[in-house]
Design a protein around this ligand. Structure first.
Ligand SMILES: Cc1cc2nc3c(=O)[nH]c(=O)nc-3n(C[C@H](O)[C@H](O)[C@H](O)COP(=O)(O)OP(=O)(O)OC[C@H]3O[C@@H](n4cnc5c(N)ncnc54)[C@H](O)[C@@H]3O)c2cc1C
Ligand code: SF4
Length: 653
């Protein structure tokens, strides 16, 4: 039973191989390498998606030549040492009927620091600087071009030997293959530049070399940005012409369409689009390319639900849907969709925190909602409890809900209490920030998991030591969260000072001119500033950091900063709150201690982080009742740690 998803579960044939449905995982850095080679952890990570029913998983971009090596770890496909690791990936996925492709790339001028912390020499078609990484590349020589082309052939032969099903060339996102296509970056006047045909030559040579190394049986595709969406990026009309030429290339089997470029901050937010962008917003671009070519079109870009993917396939906009984060958040998504259990899918909320957010900080990717992802070797197979215990969980925020559902799933008898009339804790506030309603999906998903595992839930009930003693549980899990941190502020009694929570709850009138004192530099300051500016207030966002949103992932922050600039929000960096009076707010520059005075302030909004709610923990101490403390009441952080700590404790009970 497909529950109206018949097109999504139609197979697709490519070069004699079968993709069993239309759901695939796009290539993405998982940060699970073992010295440039795919690791067992990585095989388990991709294996989970294969086991969950994906038709294809594309392994992250691998380097074809040492001139593309940087400190950002990547598979060295040019080195035959990669073969056993790729073979493990094939063994983990193919038995589930899931095809496995490798991606081949060279970063060109998109070069980060080298592994030893120095600035490596970056190569590009021409010596034109990169805005995002502040790199001036060296013009690539014809000899190095030949070497890199040979690298495609050598790497492809390694991948074929490992037993993978296909290879995708990364000509998207402004990396070297894409740089050659772009007249703003490729200003050569030789066989590889000067006109449209010559700018395509490098990609054509790379495709031919890949086919040479891969042989006739492997599928070969090319990933392209239909629009690079940056100031000197490629536009759709240029890409349509490129695709029309490539469509006639018999070595090529499919196009994989995305948008964005690594070259600038604006373009790079599209590499992994945050929830600020509409779901499936890339489909019209894929459809425009599809209307020009005969080869199948793969597409990705916030396709977060199988119903959307079904619509994309049914309407003929694309042939395969990349649902990478949807699979990170719920590797079982395809199987659940195929069974018709749509409400059981743990939908990705596009927060970009533990997936791409981890990757950008060089940590293994995971999911805030499903910390089991990326930790399959540890949490992939949770065992049933040997003794059924009575577990009392205090607090129905993310930490308490995750602990409850996992403990109940393992066979414990779990009762969850929350003082509020609804579950979700602070996420109820987080979803009130403008453009962040989707974040509330965290509550919907966890509620479903609690229901399914048989957790008994009591709302409107504040837990006291008496209630615990009467309940006589074997174990108590304290997940009482946090409340706004409110230090005493000099002059506050003369001024109008309100907390971020009060503004979000609609309990405070901020007047016409507000200052937000933003210590934590996260979603709260950015979102409050936007909310108040949209309501017509003049907003100054005074941040105790280098940039507003400093502590949140770049791919969640940057689109937001662009929006705040348009709304006229003034951002004042490097300031700590000092005091307030009836008219002015006083800050101190964090670098030189000088005063920074903001005049004509109606309201000071404090976004100074959170303080742990330790009341119950303090009361329980010494009573002899065993308990564990998790989430924000242990230390105020984010949903990610709250849910992960819920998992960890419940897995051991
Ligand atoms: C505006 C805002 C935006 C945010 N945005 C993000 C974001 O985008 N991403 C992110 O990762 N994090 C975000 N956070 C932080 C995140 O929401 C918290 O880190 C997370 O909710 C902590 O989860 P928790 O379960 O530990 O605690 P909480 O969410 O605080 O939940 C604790 C629960 O315990 C209940 N409780 C307390 N005492 C008792 C008692 N004695 N008896 C019964 N119940 C009790 C409370 O009613 C509450 O429901 C945001 C927070 C705010 C305020
Ligand atoms: S961390 Fe957020 S964006 Fe990433 S997969 Fe999970 S829910 Fe989606």
């Amino acid at each position: 039973m497909h529950n109206g998803l018949d097109h999504l579960f139609q197979p697709l044939s490519l070069r004699g191989k079968t993709l069993k449905n239309r759901i695939f995982s796009t290539g993405h850095m998982a940060v699970m390498l073992d010295d440039g080679k795919p690791s067992k952890r990585m095989a388990a990570y991709h294996g989970a998606k294969a086991q969950g029913g994906a038709a294809l998983t594309i392994i992250e971009a691998a380097r074809v030549h040492p001139s593309g090596d940087s400190g950002r770890p990547a598979i060295r496909a040019y080195d035959k040492a990669c073969i056993p690791g790729y073979a493990h990936l094939a063994e983990a996925c193919q038995p589930h009927g899931c095809l496995v492709f490798a991606q081949l790339t060279h970063p060109g001028r998109e070069m980060t620091l080298a592994a030893d912390g120095t600035h490596p020499v970056a190569y590009a078609p021409s010596a034109i600087p990169n805005e995002r990484f502040h790199v001036m590349p060296r013009q690539i020589s014809l000899r190095l071009i030949d070497d890199i082309i040979e690298g495609f052939a050598i790497s492809s032969a390694h991948i074929r030997e490992a037993g993978l099903d296909g290879i995708e060339l990364v000509a998207s996102h402004g990396y070297l293959l894409g740089q050659f296509l772009n007249p703003n970056v490729n200003q050569r006047n030789d066989a590889y530049g000067g006109n449209k045909e010559k700018r395509l030559q490098f990609l054509l040579d790379a495709i031919a070399a890949t086919r040479h190394g891969a042989g006739e049986n492997m599928i070969i595709g090319v990933r392209l940005s239909g629009e690079e969406k940056d100031h000197d990026g490629l536009a759709l009309d240029e890409m349509l012409e490129i695709c029309t030429v490539l469509d006639g290339n018999s070595n090529l089997d499919y196009f994989n369409v995305t948008v964005g470029t690594s070259a600038g901050l604006a373009g790079s937010t599209h590499i992994v689009p945050p929830m600020a962008y509409e779901a499936a917003y890339t489909l019209p671009i894929a459809a425009a390319i599809k209307s020009r070519v005969s080869k199948p079109i793969f597409v990705a870009g916030r396709i977060n639900q199988p119903q959307l993917a079904e619509q994309a396939i049914k309407s003929g906009q694309a042939d395969m849907c990349g649902m990478t984060r949807a699979l990170i958040s719920d590797p079982q998504m395809p199987a659940k969709a195929q069974r018709g259990d749509l409400d059981d899918i743990r939908a990705c909320v596009a927060c970009n925190q533990a997936c791409i957010g981890h990757m950008l900080n060089a940590y293994a990717i995971s999911c805030i909602q499903h910390p089991e992802t990326g930790r399959e070797l540890e949490f992939g197979q949770l065992t049933s409890a040997t003794t059924r215990k009575r577990v009392l969980v205090v607090g129905g925020g993310p930490a308490g809900m995750k602990a409850s559902s996992i403990a109940a799933m393992r066979g414990h008898q779990v009762v969850l209490y929350d003082a509020n009339p609804v579950l979700g804790g602070q996420v109820n506030l987080a979803q009130l920030l403008p453009g962040r309603a989707e974040f509330g999906g965290v509550i919907t998903n966890l509620k479903r998991e609690c229901e399914q595992s048989g957790v008994t839930i009591h709302l409107n009930t504040r837990v006291t030591t008496t209630l615990i003693e009467e309940g006589n549980p074997d174990i108590v899990i304290i997940a009482t969260g946090a409340t706004p941190y409110q230090p005493s502020i000099t002059g506050a009694e003369e001024a109008h000072v309100v907390s971020a929570w009060e503004v979000l709850q609609g309990k405070a009138n901020v007047g016409r001119r507000a200052v937000v004192a933003d210590w934590r530099c996260d979603w709260v300051g950015l979102g409050l500033a936007e909310r108040m500016a949209l309501d017509g207030c003049h907003v100054r966002l005074a941040v105790n950091g280098m940039v507003a949103g400093q502590t949140i992932p770049q791919y969640a922050r940057d689109a937001w900063l662009g929006k705040l600039h348009k709304l006229g929000v003034e951002i004042i960096p490097h300031v700590r709150l000092f005091g307030i009076d009836a008219e002015d707010a006083y800050f101190q520059h964090t670098l030189n201690g000088e005063p920074v005075i903001l005049n004509e302030v109606d309201t000071l909004v404090t976004a100074l982080g959170h303080a742990p709610d330790t009341a119950l923990e303090n009361a329980l101490e010494g009573l002899g009742i065993p308990y564990h403390v998790i989430g924000d009441c242990l230390s105020p952080r984010t949903v990610e740690e709250a849910i992960y700590e819920g998992l960890k404790i419940a897995a051991t009970l």
